[in-house]
Design a protein around this ligand. Structure first.
Ligand code: PMP
Length: 418
């Protein structure tokens, strides 16, 4: 297990990218996070000394590699309050959400009629979703002849449990929503959504892509049916993600991808699938990345997610203050003082979001610009693009101060004050 002292984990020195670019303020962790030495070393050690095929074969090499791979699954399960059989390795959160949607669309054909969504049923999303948690449901709805209903968001991109309740009805079969918005930083009332979903017999799918890295998360206690998250946003490598599903649901959900390693028996006519998680892990898995993902979960557990959240809540306050201290900046999401995740999306009146991003980049401040894969949300905000600054464990007050100082100059630079 990879452990670290919390103090070291909050210091930039633990992260090779940040050491290499000591002059940069990296404020783009909501897009992807930087890996600490401990995670890179775990990947490297596995690749150099334990790398072999997993699950297939009876050699000692396979046994050792399988031990590391399954150990990573255990770490991730522990990290999010799941049972080991409830964590499936996927490519990323996008893939996890597609696995659920594609599986449900095949439910009637492949022995899970209780999960089938049919004509006249309803799937509910919010208008604030990342495209990864929208397009798979559009496809499922179309295949099933079901209706896709969206929860209204206000001009700040916010929605409440009452807004959701207004859309949920007796035909609602599934509610898919982000735990934390990657644009507004809004933290959804998950327990209340689960309660509402249960009251009408609907499944819940939680997009935990922006919450698993940043908040203490106990999926078992929250009671969601499925959840999706990515390794690369939580100090791990790209190429691997996780799907959480309640064990009994995963055991009956048809696998989206079929092939080797997923089956008990195959005949020329058909196949019987293994229980979860193996039924979903078709073909050779990204084993080295999975080991890195497990090391990242251990690393974050070692810091303590309460500490991570406290650090980011403080940075969120600083980010809000930095942005609001600049005249002619419009900040979206929860108002000043309200709870939000450690990110801010904003526009500077009179200057395009991409120009703001370029201006900041020229001053060594890395941010993200664009619609952040949330076009319907940006439509509701009334802008085509925003500039987003996002924090993580290694972000410090200095990074935020640099952002604030640079933003104070941006309108003058582009002549917007004249
Ligand atoms: N959902 C949210 C809220 C996200 O922020 C992201 C990543 N931007 C995703 C889903 C998709 O994650 P990935 O690209 O790792 O699949």
């Amino acid at each position: 297990m990879t452990t670290t002292s919390p103090a070291a984990a909050f210091a930039r020195g633990a992260y090779p990218y940040l050491r290499t670019h000591a002059d940069r303020a990296y404020l783009d962790s909501a897009a992807t996070s930087q890996r600490p030495d401990a995670v890179l070393e775990a990947e490297d050690t596995f690749a150099r000394t334990e790398y072999a095929a997993v699950h297939r074969g009876s050699s000692m090499a396979t046994g050792e590699a399988t031990w590391a791979f399954e150990g990573a699954r255990e770490s991730i399960a522990r990290f999010v309050g799941a049972g080991e059989r409830e964590i499936v390795f996927t490519e990323n959160a996008t893939d996890s959400l597609n696995v659920v949607a594609l599986g449900l669309s095949d439910a009637a054909l492949f022995g899970a009629p209780e999960l089938a969504i049919g004509a006249g049923d309803e799937i509910v999303v919010t208008a604030a979703e990342h495209h990864a948690n929208l397009i798979p449901w559009q496809r499922l709805a179309r295949r099933a002849g079901a209706a896709l209903r969206a929860v209204h968001v206000d001009a700040q991109g916010l929605w409440t449990i009452d807004d959701l309740a207004a859309v949920v009805g007796p035909r609602t079969r599934l509610i898919a929503f982000a735990h934390v918005s990657n644009v507004t930083g809004l933290i959804a009332p998950v327990a209340e959504v689960v309660q509402l979903a249960r009251s009408v017999g609907a499944l819940t799918v939680l997009d935990a892509c922006q919450s698993a890295p940043h908040l203490p998360l106990d999926l078992g206690a929250l009671g969601v049916d499925f959840a999706a998250f990515s390794s690369h946003k939580m100090l791990g490598p790209t190429g691997v993600g996780a799907l959480f599903g309640r064990a009994e649901l995963l055991d009956s959900l048809p696998p989206a991808r079929t092939g080797g390693s997923t089956i008990t028996t195959v005949t020329l006519e058909g196949a019987e699938f293994l229980p979860a998680p193996q039924r979903f892990e078709a073909g050779t898995q990204p084993v080295t990345q999975a080991v890195g993902f497990g090391a990242a979960a251990d690393y974050l557990s070692g810091i303590g997610m309460d500490r991570v959240r406290a650090h980011e809540a403080e940075l969120a306050g600083l980010l809000v203050d930095a942005v609001l201290s600049v005249p002619s900046v419009r900040l979206f999401g929860p108002g000043a003082g309200a709870e939000r995740a450690g990110l801010v999306s904003f526009v500077v009146d009179g200057v395009h979001a991409h120009d703001v991003g370029q201006f900041l980049d020229d001053r060594g401040i890395t941010v993200r610009t664009g619609h952040h894969c949330a076009q319907p949300l940006h439509r509701a905000l009334g802008v085509a693009a925003t500039t987003r600054a996002s924090a993580y464990v290694y972000t410090n007050a200095d990074d935020v101060a640099r952002l604030g100082a640079a933003l104070a100059e941006v309108r003058a630079f582009f002549g917007a004050d004249r």
